[in-house]
Ligand binder design. Structure first.
Ligand code: PLP
Length: 351
């Protein structure tokens, strides 16, 4: 809703919250005797002044990300993975024991887990059998309590993009905050929705360094949204949530964007190869189209196949308990030799 009043959706205690302030919010240079650090230095040799706390907001890194996604610096929030912004959004917009989020299963499990942790309700509006949104059903299920809608595109575990027209319709009509989780966007041929935050103040786009950048180990996630929502997220986050080591590696990643593109292309080629090979296996009933770095496929005796693969050291994800995913396994695209081993082991099991 472009004319939505964001502040009216924010919990009263968060609106009134006086955030923690450290002296570093005002001064980053000088004789720093304000934060009870160890001025003698770190016991581990390093070039990052690790004996000092990191900057609270990481403006330099936020600027880099903003340039890359062609939005403004004020549109960027950094979290410990994208799991942190998911949790923060619930703490900002959902009154525990009263409000609810809407999710569209089968989808990423953390939305529900974060809601359960925060004692926030979950309304589920299933995707269609083709794994697309039921837009009218979602809108019909909204009421005063449903402040947050979580959408995931490309979706995990189904691997497909959601239709852009549906995303736009929901961003326009949903009377609350619409989150589009784009963890896998760089593997998709669809454009990111990041720039839409300039038009839709209720939109939050989540991205991450964990997938296309190959940096799951640094735990760095991104929320892109209107400056108003970003300000609430900055207000609620822990004072120094992003550590110096992660920020330093993320800055360096932007010097290696050719490698990022090269790796994405390689993963997409391998994905097409694995999908084709899977589709030739007799036991495989369906390989679902993928816009991500993984494949969802339906296979006879899926639970047994999953167990036997694991016994042979090949770990995939059983997704057969998810709606519309009966007998489905999810496999991440690995290195060429890993994919070959997966395919060979699977063939041995099902032949
Ligand atoms: C859709 C989706 N969103 C978010 C995440 C979590 O990402 P991060 O590593 O940034 O916490 C995942 C992880 O698999 C995911 O599949």
């Amino acid at each position: 809703m472009s004319d939505i009043n964001i502040e009216s959706l924010v919990r009263e205690n968060i609106r009134k919250l006086k955030p923690y302030r450290s002296a570093r919010d005002d001064f980053e240079k000088g004789l720093l005797l304000d934060a009870n650090e160890n001025s003698l230095g770190s016991v581990v040799r390093n070039s990052l002044d690790l004996h000092r706390y990191p900057t609270p907001a990481h403006d330099q890194l936020r600027k880099k990300i903003a340039d890359w996604r062609q939005v403004d610096f004020e549109n960027i929030f950094l979290g410990v993975g994208s799991d942190e912004p998911i949790d923060l959004l619930m703490r900002i917009f959902c009154e525990p024991g009263k409000d609810a989020i809407i999710t569209t299963p089968p989808t990423y499990g953390m939305y529900k887990v974060a809601a359960d942790i925060n004692n926030v309700g979950v309304k589920e509006v299933l995707l269609t059998e083709k794994f697309q949104l039921r837009v009218d059903d979602i809108l019909a299920s909204t009421d005063e309590s449903t402040t947050l809608l979580f959408l995931c595109s490309p979706n995990n575990p189904t691997a497909n993009d959601l239709k852009q027209t549906d995303l736009l319709k929901l961003a326009t009509k949903f009377p609350g905050i619409v989150v589009i989780d784009e963890a896998y966007i760089d593997f998709s041929s669809r454009e990111s929705s990041a720039q839409l935050v300039q038009q839709y103040p209720n939109l939050v786009v989540l991205q991450t360094f964990s997938k296309s950048f190959g940096l799951a180990g640094i735990r760095l996630g991104i929320a892109i949204s209107s400056p108003e929502i970003i300000q609430f997220m900055l207000k609620v986050k822990a004072p120094y949530n992003i550590n110096k080591l992660s920020a330093d590696v993320a800055m360096k990643a932007f010097d290696n964007m050719e490698l990022l593109k090269f790796n994405i292309e390689k993963i997409l080629d391998e994905r097409d190869y694995v999908a084709e090979q899977l589709s030739h296996a007799d036991a495989v009933e369906k390989v679902y189209p993928s816009d991500a770095n993984f494949l969802l496929f339906k296979i006879k005796n899926s639970k047994e196949v999953y167990r036997k693969l694991a016994e042979k050291g090949v770990i995939v994800r059983y997704r057969g308990n998810e709606p519309h995913c009966e007998d489905c396994l999810r496999v991440t695209i690995g290195m060429p030799d890993e994919n070959a081993r997966f395919l060979k082991t699977l063939k041995e099991i099902v032949s």
